[in-house]
Design a protein around this ligand. Structure first.
Ligand SMILES: Cc1cc2nc3c(=O)[nH]c(=O)nc-3n(C[C@H](O)[C@H](O)[C@H](O)COP(=O)(O)OP(=O)(O)OC[C@H]3O[C@@H](n4cnc5c(N)ncnc54)[C@H](O)[C@@H]3O)c2cc1C
Length: 745
């Protein structure tokens, strides 16, 4: 190692990551509008929101005037208008997924109920934003803009009503009890509709004046389901219902409303046509909610990421001060480090921090992905419309583009010299090909981010709470960690709980186009590992390989009774594979963000100082996260590959020997001397008196040799991961923090 490299590797973390660092990692360094938005949202979060939480604002279910006052802060700071286009009263042109993700992140750093309260307004309007007619957009979306001085109009405050009282809509969004009927249809005039809808757990319902509600036809003159826009003041019943007795997110309003209203037919979201005397909505409720949730779920995932990262500083402060006083004197380890003298406390904090980084990297990547996809989707829809392609014809055309996109991935997988560059250029110039590629990723990344960030994030928030001892489960806990732990469970539940995300992933992760790109990523990860040894990239590439092998295997394998393993009814197979994929994607995004920071950092004066130490710390965190991911992948894949075979009693010992032999021979080359051990185990296996496979390999492992090999290789790839954890833990004892958090407690 030369002197400079040695100095670099010895450098360690000096301060917590700054905004400049985050802008590089999450790729918005050139977006000054977003820098300002982050500052504005942070001002609200760490000012009025934090003051309200500290004053006990979460201790009531009701929508109080103190909570309602936050709406004005959202309006004044630009949070409300951030979701609007400039012509609707907003200030950000173009896609806004990253902008909204950053707002959610900032607000949830302090309180996710506040984040939810602000975002639920967008959710209420999202059906109109995504599928509404121009007139609907103009009236309702633009109507949500905060009032300018002198304006007297009623500002739209929206809510989204899908979920219904049990036994109707929940996870199963098709079981609609809400109905729509024709109330009157005068000759030659617009029909009026009778809408009957009861909601359960509807956010913003304590104050919303516009509701987008999912309903099904209860009338032969209306075809299928749709979403309708309801307004406070429409004739009939507008009952906000009782507030939900939530244990979480109390700064948002949640009620079980009842509506029985008469509305004009042009309130059907996206409009309708009339054919043979039947109203045909342009969009079913299913189509509307699919395009809505596809985007909004990413922001939810980022709320939990913010919580984990927000826990780092309060935990460090708590740990260091824990033993001050008494006999300890300044300068002694007991006084300066407190609980940080204990390895386990440090290691657990490393795990929390690594999870927070990985989930933020995953979430912000997903948000950026949708920012890229949104304009392409509009162009694609326009192109299809121009070609008069709808329904099956449109699907057929997109299937052709998907095949071309596969060609492009294959071409790009060839070594540079072997690629036909003109073919690559031609395929890349096709908008629909590019759309197909991105779409296959978005269909995976959105549910992955919602599932992993919130589900695993909630588990890790419990870890954070435990590091604060008894304080963790009190209202006084610095950083409000106890509340954040509970809040995380709601993020894992609303907008579709984990089962919904796993269901979606089990379909989208098997899309050949996604898998082709995933294969490419494995090669890229190996290259990254070669350039950046000791960062966990090699571990991750091996784990990705093992997952891919297992998916391919179970898609064709049967269980001990001959039943197919990969089937939609076998959630015991498909769901764990979906979970495993999320671990991989999160660790990968984190590694890529650290690589970006290392590459871009030196060009940014505000980041350059202390960069080596920060990068080497992040490399260690990424290594820790990759190793933890490898463990999950090993566990899940082994259970699936071996777990559906019946275990015969007769070969327990000798087959174990076979397994060890295969495993150890797989390790040969990685660790010297393994070959001899492998031979020794093979001998045991072959010498076994009653062992029936003397003539060949054990029947149990036939066809699985590759798996055993890949798994053993993955084990070997863990080399150094605990050293990385030790280094990261040590850095936590040295990093500078503030004297106190920058928001009230
Ligand atoms: C505070 C709060 C705010 C909310 N805000 C809104 C809102 O603004 N608008 C709105 O429309 N809704 C809202 N919701 C509702 C929320 O989206 C639903 O609670 C959620 O989608 C789950 O529905 P459910 O509670 O009926 O669960 P269920 O459908 O009863 O499911 C319960 C559990 O059963 C299992 N399960 C169910 N189906 C399957 C399956 N197919 N496969 C495997 N497992 C399954 C899962 O473990 C699942 O978590 C809110 C909820 C809360 C708590």
């Amino acid at each position: 190692m030369n002197a400079i490299a040695a100095e670099k590797s010895a450098a360690t973390l000096t301060t917590l990551p700054t905004d400049d660092v985050r802008q590089l990692m999450w790729r918005f360094a050139d977006r000054y509008d977003l820098h300002l938005l982050v500052q504005a949202a942070r001002g609200v979060a760490r000012g009025p929101v934090a003051r309200l939480v500290a004053a006990g604002g979460r201790n009531s279910h009701e929508w109080t005037s103190a909570k309602a006052a936050l709406l004005q802060h959202y309006d004044d700071s630009g949070i409300t208008a951030a979701s609007l286009d400039p012509e609707e009263g907003g200030f950000i042109a173009g896609p806004k997924n990253l902008a909204l993700a950053l707002i959610a992140f900032e607000l949830a750093w302090v309180d996710a109920g506040a984040a939810t309260g602000s975002l639920a307004g967008n959710l209420g309007l999202a059906p109109i934003h995504e599928c509404g007619t121009p007139a609907q957009r103009e009236k309702y979306v633009a109507g949500a803009a905060p009032l300018k001085p002198g304006e007297t109009r009623r500002q739209v405050r929206a809510a989204f009503a899908l979920t219904e009282p049990i036994p109707f809509v929940g996870v199963e969004t098709g079981m609609l009890a809400g109905t729509v009927r024709v109330a009157a249809w005068p000759e030659g005039a617009e029909p009026t509709l009778q809408v009957d809808k009861r909601g359960r757990f509807i956010t913003n319902m304590g104050f919303a004046n516009v509701v987008t509600a999912a309903v099904d036809s209860d009338d032969p003159r209306i075809k299928g389901s749709c979403m309708v826009i309801l307004e406070e003041g429409d004739p009939g019943i507008w009952d906000r219902g009782t507030p939900t007795k939530k244990l979480v997110h109390q700064l948002s309003s949640t009620n079980d409303p009842i509506f029985n209203l008469t509305v004009p037919a042009h309130r059907i979201v996206g409009g309708y046509t009339v054919k043979d005397g039947v109203i045909i909505p342009n969009f079913s409720h299913g189509e509307v909610i699919e395009s809505v949730f596809r985007r909004t779920r990413v922001t939810v995932g980022l709320m939990t990421a913010a919580k984990l990262l927000s826990a780092v500083e309060p935990v460090i402060l708590y740990q260091r001060r824990r033993f001050r006083g008494g006999e300890g004197a300044p300068g002694t380890p007991r006084f300066e480090l407190g609980i940080q003298q204990k390895e386990d406390a440090l290691h657990r904090l490393v795990d929390i921090w690594a999870t927070g980084e990985a989930s933020a990297s995953l979430g912000f990547y997903a948000a950026r992905l949708f920012d890229q996809l949104d304009p392409m989707e509009k162009e694609k829809n326009q192109w299809l419309a121009d070609q008069h392609l709808t329904g099956r014809a449109a699907v057929k055309e997109m299937a052709k583009k998907q095949a071309k996109a596969m060609e492009l991935v294959k071409l790009n997988s060839l070594p540079v010299g072997e690629r036909e560059l003109s073919d690559v250029a031609e395929l890349e110039s096709d908008l629909l090909v590019r759309y197909a590629l991105l779409d296959s990723l978005a269909n995976v990344f959105c549910p992955a981010c919602k599932l992993w960030n919130t589900g695993h994030g909630a588990n890790m928030m419990r870890e954070a709470v435990s590091l604060m001892g008894g304080y963790g489960i009190t209202e006084e806990c610095p950083g409000f960690l106890g509340q954040k732990w509970m809040d995380a469970q709601l993020e894992a539940t609303y907008e579709g709980p984990e089962a919904v995300q796993r269901l979606q992933l089990s379909i989208t992760m098997t899309n050949e186009l996604f898998l082709a790109q995933f294969r490419q990523w494995i090669t890229e990860m190996r290259l990254l590992a070669a350039q950046r040894p000791g960062t966990g990239a090699c571990t991750l590439a091996s784990a990705m390989n093992l997952w891919l092998w297992t998916l391919t295997h179970v898609m064709h394998a049967t269980d001990a009774d001959g039943a197919k393993l990969f089937h939609k009814t076998r959630q015991g197979v498909t769901f764990p594979l979906a979970d495993a994929l999320c671990w991989l994607l999160a660790a990968r995004q984190f590694l890529l963000d650290v690589a970006e920071l290392e590459e871009q950092g030196p060009r940014h004066p505000a980041v350059a100082e202390g960069l080596d130490g920060l990068v080497s710390f992040f490399n260690d965190l990424a290594h820790v996260q990759s190793a933890r991911t490898a463990g999950e992948i090993s566990r899940i894949t082994s259970e699936l590959v071996f777990g559906y075979n019946r275990h015969p009693a007769w070969d327990e010992t000798s087959c174990h020997a076979c397994y060890r032999a295969a495993e150890l021979s797989a390790l040969e080359g990685l660790i010297p001397g393994m070959q001899d051990s492998a031979r020794a185990f093979s001998d045991v296996a072959e010498d076994g008196e009653d062992h029936p496979h003397k003539a060949g390999p054990c029947v149990k492992f036939q066809g699985l040799e590759d798996f055993i090999h890949l798994r053993a290789k993955l084990d070997g790839c863990l080399t150094g991961c605990r050293l990385a954890k030790d280094r990261a833990a040590d850095a936590l004892t040295k990093v500078m923090t503030r004297e106190a958090l920058d928001y009230p407690q």
